[in-house]
Design a protein. Structure first.
Length: 456
């Protein structure tokens, strides 16, 4: 049996100079330490994606949109908060455009505003399109951490304006990005890389924005000098939505805001005449992999989703209670999840009436490739695979191929990648590697002839 500690609720102070005001959200202290022992994973049951919450089985594929809507409603009420409203306007100013990538690409930089008068928050988006492709091309969307200036050595790309955690290794001082990391993601030794040439050579476009310009992401316990929750939900695009009603348990969260921003990026992508609306892909790593997953679940215009190493609160099954767990999630990342999720911290296997396989299933009949990494017990790769296996029934119900029946794959084994749903994992460091990009591109560009054709 897992060792449980007492539940303690404490009110966190807001990071103001006086320190006297209080955050409107209470904190849930950890109930138990992460479990890394498979023998201690208790029994749990997973809900059938093809059965309504009242126990009624879906009769046909015509019922799927209603079941999908029901699933999204559960996650909005109980975990990620309600979906943010559409913007008042979407003004996208082309800042500059040029031939790039040794002539193989066209690079466009946009500044995006959410009000017609260009007041309020703004987000910079950079995109590259293959210059020599004929016809419309796939487009990959992704949020990055510290700024788009880290992608390439391009002095025309502005330094990130968003508030960032201070990190000397990334040249961030006083919570602002610096020139020290311009082009950092071109370094082959970096944990996260951006193989622009490879992406363009495969005939794909790609676009990025920094998540810090959408919603800041402070550490907990005033490690950054601010209250994590209060600061996150009153800055960035949260300024668009006015004061929060803290009596609600389903308020908009930072994960919801990042997912919303990806949809706004897709709005911009679909304005480009070169982009094929039937081949749009969303990806991201870690917390931004969670955001990509949520964006694809909510926005059916994303045709392919590739969440990379997104851990607990993303693809991993919460009821398995292995590695990162609900209690660590709602304590360390109060701004990522709505307050309703707190109540599941003590006993997720016994109290949750949903799990992450349902969020995966909500993307069906579109395509998903889940990418994991290890060995790393915190980011439970087996829990990811089991979530994919449980979600597979949704694709099969819709007469599409689900997860290939090959068992839990070893590292670098691609046999569990089907045409519609797949799972793959690798070793080495946490971040999007060239290997991950290669798997993503193979999956995105794979063609298959009919629902029973698993080879393509």
């Amino acid at each position: 049996m897992k060792t449980l500690f007492s539940l303690v609720a404490a009110v966190a102070a807001v990071g103001l100079a006086c320190g006297a005001e209080k955050s409107a959200r209470t904190r849930v202290e950890p109930l138990h330490q992460p479990n890394y022992d498979e023998s201690k994973v208790g029994p749990y049951e997973l809900e059938d994606p093809c059965v309504f919450a009242d126990g009624t089985p879906l009769a046909s594929s015509a019922d799927w949109p209603r079941r999908r809507s029901e699933i999204l409603g559960i996650f909005a009420r109980e975990m990620y908060g309600v979906e943010p409203p559409p913007p008042e306007a979407l003004v996208c100013d082309l800042v500059n455009e040029k031939v790039a990538a040794a002539g193989f690409g066209i690079r466009r930089l946009y500044r995006m505003y959410f009000k017609a008068d260009r007041s309020g928050p703004a987000v910079d988006w950079v995109m590259w399109l293959p210059r020599h492709e004929k016809g419309r091309v796939p487009m990959i969307l992704c949020l990055v951490y510290r700024g788009i200036h880290e992608l390439v050595n391009d002095p025309d790309l502005p330094l990130c304006k968003g508030w960032s955690r201070n990190r000397k290794a990334y040249g961030i001082v006083n919570h602002l990005a610096s020139e020290k990391t311009r082009g950092k993601m071109l370094d082959a030794e970096s944990d996260t890389v951006f193989p622009l040439g490879m992406i363009l050579a495969r005939g794909c476009g790609v676009m990025f924005a920094s998540y810090t310009e959408v919603s800041p992401d402070p550490d907990k316990d005033f490690a950054d000098g601010v209250d994590q929750y209060e600061f996150a939900v009153t800055n960035g695009v949260f300024k668009l939505w006015g004061p929060r009603d803290e009596s609600r348990t389903d308020n908009i969260t930072s994960l919801g805001a990042w997912a919303w921003a990806l949809s706004r990026g897709l709005d911009l992508a679909l304005r480009q005449p070169e982009v094929d609306p039937e081949r749009t892909c969303v990806t991201g790593c870690s917390r931004l992999g969670k955001a990509a997953l949520l964006a694809a679940a909510r926005d059916e215009r994303f045709k392919v989703c590739v969440p990379n190493q997104c851990g607990g609160g993303g693809v991993c099954l919460a009821k398995r209670d292995f590695g990162e767990n609900v209690s660590t999630e709602v304590t360390q990342f109060r701004h990522w999840y709505c307050r309703a999720y707190d109540k599941y911290a003590a006993d997720p296997a016994g109290t949750l009436k949903f799990d992450q396989h349902l969020l995966l299933a909500a993307i069906a009949p579109r395509r998903v490739l889940v990418q994991g990494f290890g060995p790393n017990g915190w980011m439970d790769t087996k829990g990811e695979y089991l979530a994919c296996k449980a979600a597979s029934k949704a694709w099969e119900f819709l007469s599409l191929p689900g997860l290939p029946d090959v068992g839990y794959p070893d590292y670098y084994d691609t046999s569990a990648i089907g045409p519609c749903l797949g799972y793959v994992r690798r070793t080495e460091a946490h971040g999007i590697s060239a290997q991950d990009w290669q798997w993503l591109l193979d999956f995105l560009l794979r063609k298959w002839r009919n629902p029973s054709d698993r080879e393509g």
